[in-house]
Design a protein around this ligand. Structure first.
Ligand code: PGA
Length: 383
């Protein structure tokens, strides 16, 4: 773990932005080799997003082959709601919709559940080879994403009840409205699976959580403490957030090399295999799916979507967006600007070379049968 401390929050945010840009540029993403970036919301990352947009405009970084996933989303808020994280991302970092993914505030298909959505989200990440860089904030209660204190260390993407303290803290964004009681969030196990994690924790209100996370033992009552278990974490802070830390802790962590660790994940995308089919830990959900961004399979109903593009601005390309009601790409998320519209983005597709992302339902039983048959074939005749 590496600590990068700065005089102010702004400087810490700029340094973290440089980290993101340098990782994307070093990776040299292409059409066939996407960079998978996981993003937080909240007030702390705002200067990072502002700086990313500025640096994009300067030509320092391209998002053309970057795929983003958000860590969490409130349950029950329409994407057009100003406090939904779908809205937040469009307002603050408008990467084209076909490259942007958010957990749905309500299931896209009324016959499916939140857990189905979570399983599909994980499946899509896995099919892309996992997360290369995960940008994380820390809550005042030590939460990471919406993994509240007492979350299981092995938790995966799921629906959670929000901690009362978190709801009170986030009430500042909601005015007179009630803060939602539940959210969907990536789990702690998902976070730890990222190849690299970068954390922005600034301001005095984060100092207790940071102290618990870095100097307390690994403890599920401070979910951020699990970062101690990851091989490649860089924490960007300002001098108020670290004021509770021991000098020896600060000195030790500052002396670490931010790029020395070996990435944890290998690229699991095997072009010769059929796409990942959403089983494993989440086996038993009521559906399965097939996803492959480079080879979309046109059948059945969509279970997943990309965030609709902003008609006003786009971080990757300046494109004309054509709105089509009642047809177009699979975009069950309602647009922040019009909760009825679906969107087709022909110019954007052409320019970026990325086809809209589609996850497609398949009957789980037929997949199970296929898989069982394949295993039987591989094993040969039984005696
Ligand atoms: P904040 O939220 O940036 O608004 O403090 C961070 C978090 O809760 O993870």
């Amino acid at each position: 773990m590496y600590l990068s401390d700065h005089d102010g929050a702004e400087q810490a945010a700029l340094a973290l932005t440089n980290h993101i840009i340098s990782r994307i540029n070093a990776f040299k993403p292409t059409q066939m080799k996407k960079f998978v970036l996981c993003l937080p919301t909240g007030s702390t990352p705002l200067p990072v997003y502002e700086e990313l947009v500025r640096r994009f405009k300067l030509g320092d970084v391209s998002f053309e082959h970057v795929i983003t996933f958000n860590l969490d989303e409130y349950v029950g808020l329409k994407p057009c709601h100003k406090q939904s994280y779908a809205y937040f991302m469009e307002e603050n970092l408008d990467i084209p919709s076909s490259q942007t993914h958010l957990l749905p505030s309500s299931p896209i298909d009324p016959h499916k559940t939140h857990q189905d959505s979570c399983a599909a989200y994980e499946s899509l990440i896995t099919s892309l080879g996992g997360i290369h860089l995960l940008f994380l904030g820390i809550g005042e209660n030590g939460h990471v994403a919406f993994n509240e204190p007492a979350s299981s260390m092995s938790s995966r993407t799921r629906m959670v009840k929000l901690d009362q303290g978190t709801r009170e803290i986030n009430a500042r964004f909601f005015g007179k409205e009630q803060v939602p009681t539940h959210a969907l969030t990536m789990g702690i196990a998902n976070i730890l699976e990222a190849q690299e994690i970068i954390v922005l924790a600034t301001g005095e209100r984060k100092s207790n959580a940071l102290k618990e996370a870095l100097e307390g033992g690994i403890n599920h009552l401070c979910p951020a403490s699990v970062l101690q278990m990851h091989e490649k974490v860089s924490i960007y802070t300002d001098n108020t957030a670290i004021k509770g830390l021991k000098e020896s802790t600060i000195n030790y962590l500052k002396s670490q090399d931010p790029s020395s660790s070996t990435p944890r994940l290998k690229d699991t995308t095997d072009k010769n295999k059929r796409p990942f089919q959403g089983r494993g830990l989440l086996r038993g959900t009521s559906f399965s799916w097939v996803s492959s961004p480079s080879t979309p399979i046109e059948e059945d109903k969509p279970l997943f979507w990309s965030r609709p593009p902003s008609p006003s601005k786009s971080l990757a390309v300046d494109v004309k967006v054509e709105m089509i009601v009642g047809q177009g790409i699979h975009s069950p998320l309602n647009s922040p600007h019009d909760d009825q519209q679906q969107v087709k983005i022909p110019d954007k597709e052409q320019k970026t070379g990325i086809k809209p992302q589609t996850l497609l339902a398949k009957d789980v039983n037929s997949l199970d049968q296929e898989e069982t048959q394949k295993e039987a074939d591989d094993q040969g005749p039984s005696v």
